[in-house]
Design a protein around this ligand. Sequence first.
Ligand SMILES: Cc1cc2nc3c(=O)[nH]c(=O)nc-3n(C[C@H](O)[C@H](O)[C@H](O)COP(=O)(O)OP(=O)(O)OC[C@H]3O[C@@H](n4cnc5c(N)ncnc54)[C@H](O)[C@@H]3O)c2cc1C
Length: 430
Amino acid sequence: MNIQSGSYYWPTTLIDTPIYPKLAEDINCDVLIIGGGSSGAQCAYYLAETDLNVVLIEKNTIGSGSTSANTALIQYAGEKMFINLQNTFGKAYIFKHLSLCKQAIDDIEKAAAQIKRDCSFIRRDTLYFASHHEDVENLKKEYQLLKEAQFPLQFLSREDIASIYPFSKEAAIYFQNDAEINPFIFTHGLIEFANNHDAKVYEQTKMTGHAYHEDGVTIYTDTKQKIHAKKVIYCAGYENVELKNEKQASFVSTYTVTTEPVNDFSTWPNRTLIWETARPYLYIRTTANNRVIIGGLDDNAIYAEDRDNKLIHKKDKLIQEFNKLFPDIPVKPAYYLAAHYGGTRDGLPIIGQYKEAPHSYFLYGYGDNGMVYSQLLARIISEDIITGESANLPYYLQHRPKKKRNITCCLCIFINTTISLREAIVVYFS
Ligand SMILES: Cc1cc2nc3c(=O)[nH]c(=O)nc-3n(C[C@H](O)[C@H](O)[C@H](O)COP(=O)(O)OP(=O)(O)OC[C@H]3O[C@@H](n4cnc5c(N)ncnc54)[C@H](O)[C@@H]3O)c2cc1C
């Protein structure tokens, strides 16, 4: 799968990038993580301080997948508004999801402080503005719902926005306490943390096959070795769908530009993260060393060649859109890329558990807040492995129940997955 192409900013920010060996012998372990991107690193982090014997394999180098392309806005609000998610799943379910997203962001902050490298985790507020008049009503409803869930946010009128920003929009939600991060250094930092706690890490080691047994899984590698694991966590990012086709996953193409450093951000209050209600949307952030990252203009290009052919045009368009918002901040593109971008049809990330793949978890942290979702899913999966049960697992399994559920739906979860009847009932009644 050709997931992305172009030039990448984040890898240039790490000078002494750690290097890990290729796997050179057959090994056994308690938990095998396949994929050394941010998701694999997040799983390794949660498992690091246990007695479990953990191994991580990466077919290229650590962080070289979509982790390098990630613009890394750390937010809980995503493409599907919570008012829409509430229609699909019900209020209690979505309030639970919101609280887990909040916990995931807090966990990212905690992990960022624990690792030895500075990954520029900075708390930032977000401005989410109405792109069109007809979006204002939904924005108000979204605000009310999130207020009810006790999230810190404000509703801004046209006058409020104009008094703070150099542009005019009819309305916006101002979210407090989101964040930004350098995802490449974060990923390396987490993997070093796990490695220092005895997790084994192998680069240039690709999984090429598998065999499922009663007591675990044997994974075959392109280095001609075998790894026998009691549990496997598949963290191959968007390439997970090549290992197990999950029907709920969907893909678009997206584009980003990282600019040369900017001298003066005085017209950009608090260097807020900014995005909008239009679909596809534009989003922007700044970096610790004063660059601007502009992303969006998603389209349905399926083939990598079509996606890549659009890159120059999309780069110019992203710069134009930024100039409309901040005409007093001159920007010059330095790095730009085109990438596949995964979401899920119902708007929530997925932990895939399949009868035909026992002892295994497929982490699909797909969606706008992939990094937050992966942190959330990694915590649940690790909890399930460490304690034998996670009460939050059923909320994210591929067959999670929708609002108009009935007993058949509940039984479906039970029959199609490896969770217990008790867990299926917990979700049914929540
Ligand atoms: C342009 C863009 C912008 C984004 N912006 C944001 C954002 O603002 N905020 C946010 O939260 N998320 C964002 N995301 C999503 C975020 O990038 C992803 O959620 C995150 O990078 C996923 O990490 P991952 O580890 O799952 O995938 P990856 O980083 O792709 O890692 C998977 C790894 O698995 C390895 N692998 C694959 N197959 C095998 C195999 N057979 N054997 C061994 N290894 C294998 C790959 O080489 C790769 O290194 C963005 C994504 C893109 C593309």
